[in-house]
Design a protein around this ligand. Structure first.
Ligand code: GLU
Length: 482
């Protein structure tokens, strides 16, 4: 890899399952690197010991792998810039803190949370924006030593230069300019000696050679702080691009309240990775073609110019649309594995080879493996008696004379469905819906589904005969009862 090669990264904090928002961030970074022959790096930002859990890190790696967003560098992969979990990089950070301390760019701060809260309150009351008031900015070395000797555990604050501007060109939002006086001295090391986000995140991007950072818009105001840290340490900053937020239908940030689920829940519900990728790639990014795309095509057409600045709205109907597209595009093998994994086993009466054929038969009519299981109940083995109102009505409406004719005609020289239906129509006088709907319900148990010709062939003569007889018996029973 040479100096100019693109390197992007995904840097999640393992405090829970990954949701659509983080998955989209990971995807955009992955696509941007892939399209340019670059590298995609994974870094686990687990410095917050209270909220981070190794099992969340494991789970998020599995989710990324499942989505097909493998990383070239990071935990469980090669790379010359490890360790890739921030909790293991303490010695590296210590060295950079020392450099900042030597340069006088940071200072220990002994202010308690209560003191800071009070200061903020007073500033607000005076109509000023809340900033660190600089209480500890000029303590003498002797004072610092005596407080530490007395057991105080200071944070370390970055001394923000006064009255300068921090400018950068955001990859998505264009030129940005911040006044350093609006920033206020900020914490780079917490009182428990763990690094603050601004610090470890910025240092690691520089040390790991990250060239481009695409991340959520909520980080936009962190960027000037991070640029100041990197500048103070003479480290190279990546180019930052801030992605528009994902919002629910009401325009507020996407959450469970909007029906948003984690990637894991979506996987368990039967979504295919290709469906999620096609959906996420279009959330805040436009493609010239609206057709289903492979990851390669999503990458080839991914461009920063096509990233929108307006919030991207979560739409479950669109997600289902891409699920249907992904099912149509998937190989037979993929769909078989999908069903077996989600359902745990092939549905009763349907071994694996029959299941594969069944999935092909009903591809147009399913969204989940549970839908396949429902079709297996209808199309493999005995058809359960009609239960739904529309099904019963359609059978009753056709009546026993209709099914007696149908049964007889079905047994004549194994006709193709078209011929058979025509003959039933001619014999009974039924036409259109009145002809086709009772036949569909009698043969498949449902008012919608694959083409009747395909169901007819799938069932074969014996099952067709049994099902038409069952419909006939049902009508006779209902008619005698009346
Ligand atoms: N750990 C941070 C987060 O999950 C990373 C932010 C960034 O991408 O820089 O929000």
């Amino acid at each position: 890899m040479n100096e100019t090669t693109v390197k992007t990264r995904f840097a999640p904090s393992p405090s829970g399952e990954i949701h659509l928002g983080n998955a989209r961030t990971a995807l955009f970074n992955y696509l941007y690197a892939s399209a340019r022959g670059g590298a995609f790096l994974l870094r686990i930002e687990d410095t917050d010991a209270e909220r981070s859990r190794p099992e969340h890190a494991q789970a998020l790696m599995q989710d990324l792998q499942w989505l097909g967003l493998g990383w070239h560098e990071g935990p469980q992969a090669d790379g010359a810039h490890g360790p890739y979990c921030q909790s293991q990089r303490g010695a590296i950070y210590a060295d950079f803190y020392q450099r900042l301390e030597d340069a006088g760019t940071v200072y220990p701060c002994f202010c308690s949370d209560t003191q800071l809260k009070l200061a903020r309150k007073a500033q607000r009351a005076a109509g000023q924006p809340p900033r660190y008031p600089g209480t500890c900015a000029h303590l003498s070395p002797a004072e610092v030593s005596s407080r530490i000797a007395a057991g105080a555990r200071p944070t370390l604050r970055f001394r923000v230069p006064r009255d300068t501007r921090v400018d950068f060109v955001d990859l998505v939002r264009g030129p940005q300019s911040f006044n350093s006086d609006d920033i206020g001295d900020f914490i780079v090391r917490r009182s428990d000696a763990t690094p603050a986000f601004f610090f470890s995140n910025a240092i690691d991007d520089a040390l790991m050679g990250v060239t481009h950072v695409l991340r959520g818009e909520d980080h936009l105001t962190n960027t000037p702080r991070q640029l100041l840290i990197l500048q103070a340490l003479d480290l190279r900053a990546p180019s930052y691009g801030h992605l528009s937020l994902l919002v629910g239908e009401d325009g507020s940030p996407l959450s469970k309240r909007h029906g948003s689920q984690s990637i894991r829940q979506l996987r368990q519900a039967g979504y295919l990775p290709a469906a999620l990728l096609n959906y996420l790639a279009r959330l805040g990014h436009s493609y010239s073609e609206e057709s289903f795309a492979t990851p390669e095509r999503l990458a080839a057409e991914f461009s920063l110019e096509r990233l929108g600045r307006a919030p991207a709205r979560y739409d479950p109907a669109q997600l289902r649309h891409w699920q249907k597209e992904a099912i149509l595009a998937a190989s037979e093998q993929t769909l078989l594995a999908w069903c077996l994994q989600t359902l745990g086993a092939a549905p009763a009466g349907c071994d694996e080879s029959r299941l594969s054929a069944l999935v092909n038969l009903v591809r147009d009519n399913i969204e989940t493996p549970q839908d396949v299981a429902a079709w297996a109940r209808r199309l493999c083995g005995d058809l359960p008696p009609p239960a739904g109102e529309p099904e019963c009505d359609a059978l009753r409406g056709a009546g026993s004379a209709f099914f007696a004719a149908a049964l007889e005609l079905a047994q004549v020289s194994e006709p193709a469905f078209g011929e058979f239906a025509k003959a039933v129509g001619a014999r009974t006088g039924a036409k259109g819906k009145a002809l086709y709907m009772p036949l569909r319900i009698a043969l498949s148990g449902a008012p919608h589904g694959p083409e009747m010709g395909r169901i007819w062939d799938w069932l074969g003569p014996r099952a067709r005969g049994e099902r038409l007889r069952a419909a006939l018996d049902y009508c006779r029973e209902v008619e005698t009862a009346c």
